[in-house]
Design a protein around this ligand. Structure first.
Ligand code: ATP
Ligand code: MG
Length: 596
């Protein structure tokens, strides 16, 4: 775990999953289980030792894209519950689809889980599994279902099957193939396996109840014919298990106790239990078998969380890649400046519920601010620079070239972290918005005749400004008020209302600053009727500026986070930042400013 120990020791807010687990632990539901050292059938586990894991959960992604913030919720939940209750969470690739597995996706998923601070190593074992390793067992279990009259080969056309399934108001109709004997079914299923039937010519179906009010229980398909090479098993199989059949078996072989999934699988739970009950009766899997629990998936405003649509944004070059800092992918969030701790904190705060809702993006940003505030070094930066000239500098200091040494704490609440040093001089960079020729009501910053404090520096009195031919202010002038330097005796004798941030022209570093904003300009993209999500992209999601930053940032390392005073949290870009060409990304503003 990356999170500081003190955070872990705080009591976690309870939720229905914690209550289920606590009850199971209290009742010893899984206490008698044995663990065979790795996944396996009932016999394999029976020969093992008492399971060293009090509970087992799993994170089962399909390796077909980069993980996003929704997956992060699931990772924090599954690995977090295992950690909190003396359990183990398995890392399992759900690769039962014979689509080509992309190593890029596999690597990125493993990296994302590790980066979030979790590990699948426990009790000396690496709990890293592939669903495709269980194909042999899945086949065996299918033959068992057939011989016990619980499955049959259906050769209706896809259209007939769809029609005969019925719908919400209409019960299904039995297939003419439903009455085949187990012997006939077994022979036919073996022909399916042996490649004697064409793709789509038949499916194996569980034999349950065509009149069930739950359509998922109307004899769901469990195996299909598909001639495709699998990255793990090659051409060994031309039949592949359906997800709804494979998933409960994967859980059972791995001794999973609590199989946590998103709400859309709620209607599948009766089949999950039906299947595992049959296999447990036959002594094929250990008991008690896993139980499925559903929670609401994360919907985050201003982003989309669908691997397929995120991939489209990448392919169509609306973003620079999966790790574009505007992307809600874990690699994108990381590059934006999110820390593992901030994402864990976010996951904890949103909790788990049983009904769908939207979480406001500001909740994610607030978690980042709360995590970074005590950690991030402070720095001054001027993002929209305007020159300020101290006209009496030479007169007061003895020379126009004189540079006055100033300093500020690295962190305002942690003196032990030392001080940052920078200079004050005749020429200073200030924010363009810190000068107004005619101040609006309540404006306390620079305008002719007003005094302000240059933070950690001197008090100055604004005397005027120079404009170009277009009327744009190109330089502001001010006079130093002597004996007002911060930290010197009597420096606060002159009262001011405004304090502004700045950097001296003499020692400022030039930096590229990428001002990221929300990827979509509407809170719930891809939900409003008739609008394509492409039209909802925020055209101003990235603004690149040339900024001046204080010299302490010379030593900034890639991925290092800072609070630019007044501006918010920034990170030295993970890919493009270099000491001689500094690049900073805005992770989050100082406070929620969206829509204000
Ligand atoms: P996507 O639709 O983005 O491709 P998925 O559900 O198909 O997502 P999987 O790789 O199958 O992606 O997901 C792995 C795990 O992450 C599953 O257990 C799934 O329930 C969980 N998960 C996916 N999206 C979310 C989400 N938005 N909120 C919470 N959990 C999620
Ligand atoms: Mg999926």
């Amino acid at each position: 775990m990356n999170a500081p120990a003190d955070k872990n020791e705080l009591p976690k807010p309870s939720n229905f999953l914690r209550q289920v687990i606590e009850k199971d632990l209290e009742h010893g539901t899984y206490q008698q289980r044995k663990w065979g050292g790795g996944p396996g059938d009932a016999q394999h586990h029976q020969q093992g030792t008492p399971d060293p894991a009090k509970i087992r959960t799993r994170f089962p992604p399909e390796p077909n894209g980069y993980l996003h913030v929704g997956h992060a919720k699931s990772i924090c939940l599954n690995f977090g519950l295992a950690r909190d209750y003396g359990g183990v969470c398995h890392m399992r690739f759900d690769d039962t689809n014979p689509e080509k597995e992309d190593q890029e996706y596999v690597d990125s998923i493993l990296d994302a889980v590790k980066w979030l601070g979790f590990s699948w190593d426990a009790n000396g074992t690496s709990h890293y599994y592939h669903a495709s390793d269980y194909f042999d067992f899945m086949y065996r279990a299918a033959e068992y279902l057939i011989t016990t009259g619980n499955a049959y080969v259906d050769e209706q056309s896809a259209d007939e099957m769809r029609h005969n399934r019925g719908d919400f108001g209409r019960p299904g109709t039995n297939s003419p193939y439903r009455a085949r004997t187990p012997q006939e079914n077994l022979a036919r299923f073996r022909e399916m396996k042996d490649g004697k039937l064409a793709d789509g010519a038949a499916v194996l179906r569980a034999k349950i109840d065509m009149a069930s009010p739950n359509i998922n229980m109307r004899d769901p398909a469990i195996y299909r014919i598909r001639r495709a090479t699998h990255h793990n098993t090659g051409d060994k199989w031309c039949i592949y298990p359906m997800y709804t059949y494979a998933h409960p078996i994967e859980d059972a072989l791995e001794n999973i106790t609590h199989s946590i999934c998103t709400l859309e699988f709620e209607d599948q739970r009766p089949f999950y239990d039906w299947l595992l009950d049959r296999l447990a009766e036959g002594g094929l899997i250990s008991q008690p078998h896993p139980r499925q629990y559903e929670f609401a998936r994360l919907n985050l405003t201003y982003v989309i969380t669908s691997k397929r649509k995120l991939k489209a944004l990448v392919d169509e070059k609306h973003v620079t890649g999966w790790d574009d800092p505007r992307m809600p992918t874990i690699v994108g969030l990381r590059r934006r400046g999110y820390t593992p701790e901030s994402i864990q904190l976010f996951a904890e705060r949103i909790g788990v519920t049983k009904s769908d809702s939207w979480i406001d993006y500001s909740t994610l940003e607030a978690a980042l601010r709360d995590d970074l505030d005590p950690k991030a070094a402070r720095a001054m930066a001027v993002l929209d620079p305007l020159k300020l000239v101290i006209t009496n500098w030479g007169e007061v200091m003895g020379s126009d070239d004189f540079l006055d040494a100033c300093s500020a704490p690295v962190h305002p609440h942690d003196a032990a972290r030392g001080r940052r040093e920078f200079k004050f001089g005749k020429e200073i960079w200030i924010e363009r918005t810190d000068y107004e020729e005619v101040p609006p009501k309540g404006y306390n910053r620079l305008y002719p005749g007003n005094k302000v404090r240059m933070k950690y520096g001197h008090v100055i009195t604004c005397t005027g400004a120079t404009k170009d031919a277009d009327g744009k202010v190109v330089e502001v002038q001010a006079e130093l008020v002597p004996d007002t330097k911060s930290g010197t005796p009597g420096s606060d004798a002159v009262k001011v209302k405004g304090v502004i941030t700045w950097v001296a022209a003499a020692d400022a570093l030039t930096a590229e600053v990428r001002l990221y904003d929300r990827l979509f300009s509407v809170p719930q993209p891809d939900t409003s009727s008739g609008k394509d999500y492409h039209e909802e992209l925020n055209p101003e999601s990235l603004k690149v500026v040339t900024a001046f930053v204080e010299p302490s940032l010379k030593s900034a390392q890639r991925d290092e986070k800072f609070q630019f005073e007044r501006h918010g949290y920034f990170v030295a870009d993970l890919k493009d930042h270099a000491q001689d060409v500094p690049v900073f990304n805005r992770a989050a503003g100082m406070k929620d400013s969206w829509g204000k």
